[in-house]
Design a protein around this ligand. Structure first.
Ligand code: SF4
Length: 415
């Protein structure tokens, strides 16, 4: 879950790069996992793919445009029968592990392609099945195009908080976030955001999510997004890895284009005297600087307690793994045959719950590892060794973490 400097800069996708069990972590044995201190932990966040197609054709999309083609074999939408089985499996897991709440994030493709009526049907199934055993906390990530009044009423009825993907102002957003016919989406999405913000449904909109594009000036991008008065802004690094590097990133070079981009943004945001929205990555870094644990898998080395469930009921790892290679997120298990606990012993799930002991030797010896955490798991991939590597963004992350730490350390006491 990258932005492209130009379409001609795009790295060719290799669909021959199939899953191999000789790569880490699929190569891990249970004795090895135990020796690394592995203890299975329950799953408390489920990304549920309720629609597997999209009404956009963004050129950096990890589902459709990068290393994985599994969406082609998925049914377009989740049926009530599959949703019932999904809800039963999540409920069973929550009850077994005494989870008082579980997070259910509706995702796609574009989840709102379901339409308001089918969306309500699925949410009702999840609610009916889960409420007797746990509290379902619903969320959704959408491109915003289909946020109609009917949809908002449904989201409000089930208290579904949501984020909208928008990469910046018109030019910045429409460079990548386009319809299939090439038309930009900024005009429609920006109107939808304003309409939500001016409506009674405004509290449901939790924030905006942008993919970083080095062609966009960080401060201009931030100010364009800030003009929508979001509670939170999240800036994500474009997906890429050592084998298929992100746009504008030469992993063999010491250049830190993404680190520099984020540092400019951090300084602008941190030194502002206005009331600024939260910025997800910076908030996490600041929390960790003051001794708290990371709540995000983007930075820090927290245990990952998240699974994805596809429209046909197949369990997958976090679906951004699809940016690495064809089948990288697959588990070969599904809700009709397997409970969630069956997943916990899979090496690829277990490895993501190892925290710092599941990092490469280079990361474990790194002075900023506590805050960086080796970077986002999918960005560590290298064909041949798998995911036991520092992030392809290593130099950028080091520079950013070091900078944020220095700024915070130099604050006058009491601030
Ligand atoms: S900066 Fe690089 S070596 Fe250090 S923890 Fe992050 S990815 Fe690993």
């Amino acid at each position: 879950m990258g932005s492209r400097l130009q379409v001609v800069d795009r790295v060719p996708v290799s669909l021959t790069n199939k899953r191999t069990d000789t790569e880490w972590p699929r190569s891990l044995t249970h004795p090895e996992l135990v020796s690394l201190g592995w203890k299975p932990q329950s799953i408390n966040e489920f990304i549920v793919k309720v629609h597997s197609r999209c009404n956009l054709s963004c050129d950096y999309c990890y589902v459709y445009e990068l290393g994985d083609s599994s969406w082609m074999s998925q049914p377009a939408s989740m049926t009530p029968e599959v949703a019932q089985a999904v809800a039963e499996r999540i409920g069973e897991h929550a009850q077994r592990h005494g989870l008082t709440s579980v997070s259910i994030i509706l995702h796609g493709g574009e989840p709102l392609l379901l339409g308001s009526r089918r969306l309500a049907t699925l949410l009702q199934i999840f609610t009916d099945e889960l409420e007797p055993v746990t509290t379902p906390v619903f969320g959704m990530q959408t491109n915003g195009l289909l946020l109609t009044d009917e949809v908002l009423q449904v989201l409000d009825r089930f208290d579904v908080e949501f984020g909208i993907s928008l990469d910046g102002g018109g030019a910045a957003n429409d460079r990548h976030r386009r319809r299939r016919n090439g038309a930009g989406t900024y005009d429609v999405v920006s109107k939808r955001i304003v309409a939500v913000q001016e409506s009674e449904y405004a509290p449901l909109l939790r924030g905006l999510l942008a993919i970083v594009d080095l062609e966009n000036d960080p401060i201009e991008t931030y100010e364009d997004l800030r003009s929508f008065r979001p509670m939170q802004l999240n800036f994500l690094l474009p997906h890429g890895n050592w084998t298929t590097p992100p746009p504008g990133k030469d992993p063999e070079s010491d250049a830190t284009p993404y680190g520099d981009w984020f540092i400019a943004l951090f300084d602008h945001w941190f030194n502002s005297e206005r009331d600024e929205p939260k910025v997800g990555m910076f908030d996490e870094m600041i929390r960790m600087f003051y001794g708290e644990e990371s709540r995000s898998e983007l930075v820090g080395s927290c245990s990952i307690r998240l699974l994805t469930i596809e429209t046909n009921g197949a369990y997958e790892l976090v679906d951004t793994m699809k940016s690495a290679y064809d089948g990288a997120a697959a588990t070969n298990m599904n809700v009709f045959l397997n409970g969630v606990d069956d997943l916990l012993v899979q090496p690829s799930v277990a490895a993501r719950q190892l925290g710092a002991t599941g990092l490469s030797a280079g990361c474990r010896a790194c002075p900023v590892v506590e805050t960086c955490g080796g970077g986002y798991f999918p960005h560590r991939y290298r064909a041949g060794t798998g995911f036991l590597n520092p992030s392809v963004y290593c130099t950028d992350l080091f520079k950013l973490v070091d900078h944020v730490g220095a700024v915070l350390a130099n604050l006058p006491s009491g601030e």
